[in-house]
Design a protein around this ligand. Structure first.
Ligand SMILES: NC(=O)c1ccc[n+]([C@@H]2O[C@H](COP(=O)([O-])OP(=O)(O)OC[C@H]3O[C@@H](n4cnc5c(N)ncnc54)[C@H](OP(=O)(O)O)[C@@H]3O)[C@@H](O)[C@H]2O)c1
Length: 275
């Protein structure tokens, strides 16, 4: 099964489908990430705040998969935005992951009330220059935050990782990203199980038509919309199911009826309120 890649604005490529580990228990992370690597995932999305970087690192080490076949993302937590603190934070993450660089390093939230996200971004530029992150990007940034980074630095973020699923399709941030070369990563791609996305008629009808599950339909919706996506699951069966999404294609009508589910309703926090 070949996962398509996307070329980022710095020339590096990222597998479009990966595996996310938010709320993966640190004690179970090694087993669960090992399952994902065995199934075939090569892109893992973690964060310092998930407290499971050590488990991710242990699974990577055990797998024997060559480093250049893996794509590993981690994120700088909100209380480490000051430059010196950000430099020690990446070293701590690399140590836990057992790596000398990550493929993508993100600032996790802008925390706009503290107004230090530009400083964090300038630290990420230095971290990239030092070879500790091949690509750098942001998460949960709104248009005004992205504009400030673009105006105040030499680097346009390679990605913006934001809450995105059919009911919260983030059209404004996607359009801004397309205009500026910022690829969009969808977090909570399955709606985090917080509302009945799988019960929506547009989703269940497509699942029935293709003989697949609603989750597979939703993952295809992300892929066919050009989004980078990394669903999370603790279950080996669902981990495999979520990777088995390259044997069918949604029609333009099916995509359109899922696009119509956009109600602008978040399941997570508004970035301006996370400080
Ligand atoms: N940057 C940020 O602020 C941010 C925030 C949130 C998430 N993220 C990233 O995005 C990744 C994905 O988002 P997420 O983990 O929040 O939510 P998600 O992937 O939308 O949903 C995960 C939930 O869906 C269930 N699930 C997974 N596959 C399923 C399937 N095939 N059928 C039915 N249920 C299924 C999981 O249950 P089981 O585990 O029981 O299968 C879990 O409860 C995260 O892991 C993390 O890497 C980033």
């Amino acid at each position: 099964m070949t996962v398509p890649t996307i070329t980022l604005n710095d020339g590096h490529t990222i597998p479009q489908l990966g595996f996310g580990v938010f709320l993966v228990d640190p004690q179970e992370a090694e087993r669960i990430v090992s399952d994902a690597l065995e199934v075939g995932y090569r892109h893992i999305d973690t964060a310092a705040i998930y407290k499971n970087e050590e488990g991710v690192g242990a699974a990577i080490a055990k797998s024997g998969i060559p480093r250049d076949e893996l794509f590993i993302t981690t994120k700088l937590w909100n209380d480490r935005h000051q430059k010196a603190s950000a430099h020690s934070a990446i070293d701590e993450s690399l140590d836990k992951l057992g790596l000398d660089h990550v493929d993508l390093y993100l600032t996790h939230w802008p925390t706009p009330a503290k107004d230090d996200y530009l400083e964090a971004w300038l630290a990420l530029e230095e971290i990239k220059a030092a070879g500790k992150a091949r690509s750098i990007g942001v998460s949960n940034h709104q248009v005004e935050h992205l504009e400030k980074l673009i105006a105040g630095s030499e680097t346009v973020p390679a990605v913006n990782q934001i809450e995105l699923h059919p009911a919260f399709a983030q059209r404004e941030l996607r359009a801004f990203g397309a205009e500026h070369g910022i690829h969009i990563e969808s977090w909570g791609p399955l709606g985090q199980g917080k509302y009945d996305l799988f019960g929506e008629q547009a989703v269940s009808a497509a699942a029935e038509a293709h003989g697949v599950t609603p989750a597979q339909v939703v993952i295809r919706w992300h892929l066919q919309n050009g989004l980078i996506v990394f669903p999370k699951s603790n279950s080996r069966e669902r981990i495999a199911q979520n990777f088995d999404v390259f044997g069918f294609e949604l029609t333009a009508d099916e995509i359109a009826s899922m696009d119509a589910l956009d109600s602008g309703k978040r399941v997570g926090s508004h970035p301006n309120e996370v400080n």
